[in-house]
Structures are given as structure tokens and as C-alpha cells.
Design a protein around this ligand. Structure first.
Ligand code: G1P
Length: 291
């Protein structure tokens, strides 16, 4: 059983400026909740009890969001706002939160390395704080990769999704050894041009690692931008003969990657249309607007 997760949230979110000038992109709302809340709820549903956020400057609103606010609670109770109180039930998730800062922008591999002390000798999950999996974050992918980690005695398990071949340069891409939903991974390349991509299976922002990954991260050379790529560390792990396994997202288990405005707008719209209170009305409004 895997109990701990690392959630990197240190990125600057420059592709979402000006929205992210003074607030973390992980705190942008998608329908009623900030992005990172969907991620945390997915992890809690997978049995995760300890979450370490790898934060950076300007990310303190994430801490505030997962903290209890007694003044807000008192004011809602005094004013009989019980409906709103139920919106704050996520504060009671059975999760212990930890925070540490990545002091320099040295890439995702370096961010995960900041969690070495936290992880100790135990395997752990990594869930990217800007990726929601499944409509409303209702996905069992974290639980599934944790189960595959145990059943396959893997050193690393990665969730992957099919992407259009021409988009491989936006993702880490894996080369599977076989067909099927669960497969050994032979090779990984970070953001390959389509003609160099070994497949169209992209790394989908959810991973399980044995602590041996930390040694691999330390061996990775920085890329042209001075960043230590997590994908390169996983490639070293696979090359050393350790089992690295891929698990496909299920059909319909879409990944919503809030990295740019196009995907942010689409995700917001899709989640808002699915909202039980406002979805139907919004649908009608949209029909009229699109006439
Ligand atoms: C990161 C990873 C990449 C992965 C992607 C998923 O890239 O480096 O391998 O496919 O997340 O969102 P980023 O989106 O941070 O550039």
C-alpha cells in the first residue's frame, strides 16, 4: 500500500499570464474548485494519507486553501449557511499536508528530489498539481498505478495517454514493449519532435516511484534550459534494468492539463456544463450565444 504522495506545484505558470501573475496556476478555479483540490481529492480517494507539496514563491494560497479557517466557519454557522459549509468538507480529508519550497527553477526532476527526505525508504506517488484526470477529477488512476506497482514489483509505474502524433513535443513520450493496458516501458523521451517520438503514448502526470529514483535524478544532466527532467531519470532507471511499467488511462478518462488558456477554457467549460446546479442553464445560454 502506498501512503505518501508528492505534488509539484512550483512552476511559474507563465503561459497563463496575466491570470497567474500573483496566484498559482494550480489555484485557478475549474467550475467550483481550484485545480489542485481535484488532484488532492483523487489522491485521498486512492488511500493517500500524506501529501508533500513542492511549492515556490507566491504559492501560499495553496496552504491556506487546505487549512481550516475558523473565522469563515464561524461566520457561515452564525448565518445559517449550511449549504456553503458543506462546500468546505474537503478540509476534513484524512490527509496530512507538508510543504517545502523548490528554491531554484531547475525542472520537475529537481522538484521531486526536494521530496527525498519526506519519502524516506517508502514508495510514493507523484501527481502533477496542474493536471486533473477524469471529468470532475473522478478517476481511479492513482489507485491503479499504486496497485500495478505492487503486483508487477516495478521500480516505477507511469500513467500514459494517447495523444495526437503531431503533439508529442509537448509531452514525455514512452516506447512500450507490448500492446495492452499495462506494459513494460523500454525507452522514454522528453518532448520529442513527432519524427523522433517512439510512439504517441504520453506521460500523463501520475507516477509511482521506488526511492531508487532519487539516485537516478542526481545522475541526470541538466537540459539546454538548465532543467533536470524527471523523464530522463526514469530513462536511466529503465536502462539500469529496473522494471518501468506503463498503465493506460481508461477510455473516457481524459486528462485535463491546465498549462495554457486553450486547455484551461475548454476544461472550465466542460466542468461548468457538468455542474448539477448551473450546467443545464449554462448549456441553454451557450446555445443562444452560439447561434
Ligand atoms: C511534464 C513532464 C512530461 C509530461 C507532462 C504532463 O511536462 O515533463 O513528461 O508529459 O508534464 O503534463 P510539463 O507539462 O511540465 O512541461
Amino acid at each position: 500500500m502506498i501512503h505518501s504522495a508528492i505534488v509539484p506545484v512550483a512552476g511559474l505558470g507563465t503561459r497563463l499570464l496575466p491570470a497567474t501573475k500573483s496566484q498559482p496556476k494550480e489555484m485557478l478555479p475549474v467550475a467550483k474548485k481550484p485545480i489542485v483540490q481535484y488532484v488532492v481529492e483523487e489522491l485521498a480517494a486512492a488511500g493517500i494519507e500524506r501529501i508533500l507539496f513542492i511549492t515556490g514563491r507566491g504559492k501560499t494560497s495553496i496552504e491556506n486553501h487546505f487549512d481550516h479557517d475558523p473565522e469563515l466557519d464561524r461566520s457561515l454557522r452564525q448565518n445559517d449557511k449550511n449549504g456553503l459549509l458543506s462546500e468546505l468538507e474537503y478540509e476534513r480529508l484524512a490527509v496530512h499536508y507538508f510543504y517545502t519550497r523548490q528554491r531554484w527553477q531547475r525542472g520537475l526532476g529537481d522538484a521531486v528530489l526536494c521530496g527525498e527526505n519526506f519519502a524516506g525508504e517508502e514508495p510514493f506517488l507523484v501527481a502533477l498539481g496542474d493536471s486533473i484526470i477524469g471529468l470532475n477529477g473522478h478517476s481511479t488512476i492513482s489507485r491503479r498505478i499504486a496497485e500495478v506497482y505492487e503486483s508487477e514489483r516495478a521500480a516505477c509505474v507511469i500513467a500514459v495517454e494517447e495523444v495526437p502524433h503531431e503533439l508529442t513535443a509537448s509531452y514525455g513520450v514512452v516506447a512500450p514493449e507490448s500492446e495492452g493496458d499495462v506494459f513494460r516501458i523500454r525507452e522514454l523521451v522528453e518532448k520529442p519532435a513527432p519524427d523522433r517520438a517512439p510512439s504517441n503514448l504520453a506521460i500523463a502526470g501520475r507516477y509511482v516511484f521506488s526511492p531508487v529514483i532519487f539516485d537516478m535524478i542526481r545522475r541526470v544532466e541538466p537540459d539546454r534550459r538548465g532543467e533536470i527532467q524527471l523523464t530522463d531519470a526514469i530513462r536511466l532507471l529503465a536502462a539500469s534494468g529496473q522494471p518501468v511499467v506503463g498503465v493506460r488511462l481508461a477510455p473516457g478518462e481524459r486528462r485535463y492539463d491546465i498549462g495554457n488558456f486553450r486547455s484551461y477554457f475548454e476544461t472550465f467549460l466542460e466542468f461548468a456544463l457538468a455542474d448539477p446546479d448551473y450546467g443545464a442553464e449554462l448549456r441553454q445560454r451557450l446555445r443562444r450565444l452560439c447561434r
